[in-house]
Each structure stands twice: as structure tokens, then as C-alpha cells.
Design a protein around this ligand. Structure first.
Ligand code: DX5
Ligand code: ZN
Length: 220
């Protein structure tokens, strides 16, 4: 059985207490998912490198940074210096995506590419040799608490096949509308990493562990 990683998205955390929220998640989570939004690439604004840098000392869990910003290249070094372990970009975020991914690698970060619901699997094919992670969005990027888009399930399967055929060690992450109901569907389709905001933070701090366990189901 494939091992499943859970990456809680801080988008649903209490933004006034992000450090403490990370501490509460730490015993149960495999990585921390940080959604960076610029009010331009997506219609919402969150935080940037200075906030991530302050959060870095709260945990040794990997920081999985999902960049929903455009242009993206100029800020990559700042995110790396702030302590990002994985930097994931959208192919629509810049005109020279191969260069963007190469730059992420030179900064000693893992490189990911994110596919919006409307972005076909073909968009990642030119970059497979550079990738450490593929993120399939199962909602439109920008907000937490949206409904899972079921039509993305065949895309997850297709990406799984592509990764397996590549023989490379690439994580397949799924983000958006992940709940105890949808988690088994994406795991079955081939996901390794489940990002979840609402489903993790639901009910408050005393529920975080139980909520994460419910997403793992019978998986490790
Ligand atoms: C949306 C973000 C997600 C978001 C998921 O653009 O990429 O990471 O936090 O939220 P839920 O799990 O509530 O759908
Ligand atoms: Zn995200």
C-alpha cells in the first residue's frame, strides 16, 4: 500500500496565531502547505516570504509552498531564503516555465507544478525531468472551502501513469475539497499527498488529530 502524506493548508488556520497552529498540527501532519496568493493571479491575498520566515522556527516539518502569484520568478529566491522546501508554481504564472523550474532547483528547493482544473496534463510533460511534485487542483485556486471537482479524478489517474512511466521520484499531490469522503477517491486515483484546509481545521484545535486521521483512513 502506498504511503499517504497529509499537508494541512494554513489557509483555514487562525491567521493571528499561525505559529501556534503549526505546533498543534505538527504531531499529525507530514508537511505544512502554505498558500501564497497575490490578488492578481488569483482573486485573494494571503502572505509572502516575511511571514514564512517567521513561521520557519516553529517546526521542522517540510514547508510545501504553493505559489499562486504572477510573475513568480523574482520572488523565488526570497521564498527559498525564508525556508521553503518545495516551491510549486502554475504554468500560467510566467512565460518561461522551464527556466522558472530550473531556478527553483538552483535554489536547492524541490520543484512542483500545479495544474488548474482547466489545465491539461500535457502542460507538465515538457518539465517531467525537473519535477519533484505535481499538484492537481480539484477546485479553482484562490479560496478554501470549495466543492471538490470530480471531473479531475481521471486527470489524477493520468498523472499517476505519467509519473510511474517516468521512473522518477515525483510526489502526486491533490489540493481542494479534500474530505473524508473525497480522500479515498483521490488515493484510489493515485495521489500521494493530500492537501486539506477546511477538513483539518473543522471543529477547532482539539479535532486536528482526529480530522487528519479521518483523511488517512486506513493508510499510514
Ligand atoms: C486553494 C488552496 C488550497 C485550500 C484548500 O487555492 O490551494 O490549498 O486551502 O482548501 P480546502 O481544503 O478547504 O478546499
Ligand atoms: Zn494550495
Amino acid at each position: 500500500m502506498r504511503s499517504i502524506k497529509i499537508a494541512p493548508s494554513l489557509l483555514s488556520a487562525d491567521f493571528a496565531r499561525l505559529g501556534e497552529e503549526i505546533k498543534l498540527l505538527e504531531p499529525f501532519a507530514d508537511m505544512i502547505h502554505l498558500d501564497v496568493m497575490d490578488g492578481h493571479f488569483v482573486p485573494n491575498l494571503t502572505f509572502g516570504p516575511p511571514v514564512i520566515e517567521k513561521l520557519r522556527s516553529w517546526t521542522s516539518l517540510p514547508f510545501d509552498v504553493h505559489l499562486m502569484i504572477s510573475p513568480v520568478d523574482l520572488l523565488l529566491a526570497d521564498f527559498a531564503a525564508a525556508g521553503a522546501d518545495i516551491l510549486t508554481v502554475h504554468p500560467e504564472a510566467g512565460p518561461h516555465m522551464y527556466r522558472t523550474l530550473q531556478k527553483i532547483k538552483t535554489l536547492d528547493c524541490k520543484a512542483g507544478i500545479a495544474l488548474n482544473p482547466g489545465t491539461p496534463v500535457e502542460a507538465l510533460k515538457p518539465f517531467l525531468q525537473l519535477l519533484d511534485l505535481v499538484l492537481v487542483m480539484t477546485v479553482n485556486p484562490g479560496f478554501g472551502g470549495q466543492s471538490f471537482i470530480e471531473t479531475q479524478l481521471p486527470k489524477i489517474k493520468e498523472v499517476r501513469k505519467l509519473i510511474d512511466a517516468s521512473g522518477r521520484d515525483i510526489l502526486l499531490e491533490v489540493d481542494g475539497g479534500i474530505s473524508p469522503t473525497t480522500a479515498p477517491l483521490v488515493i484510489e486515483a493515485g495521489a500521494d499527498v493530500l492537501v486539506a484546509g477546511s477538513a483539518v481545521f473543522k471543529g477547532g484545535a482539539t479535532h486536528y488529530g482526529k480530522n487528519i486521521q479521518a483523511l488517512r483512513g486506513t493508510h499510514d
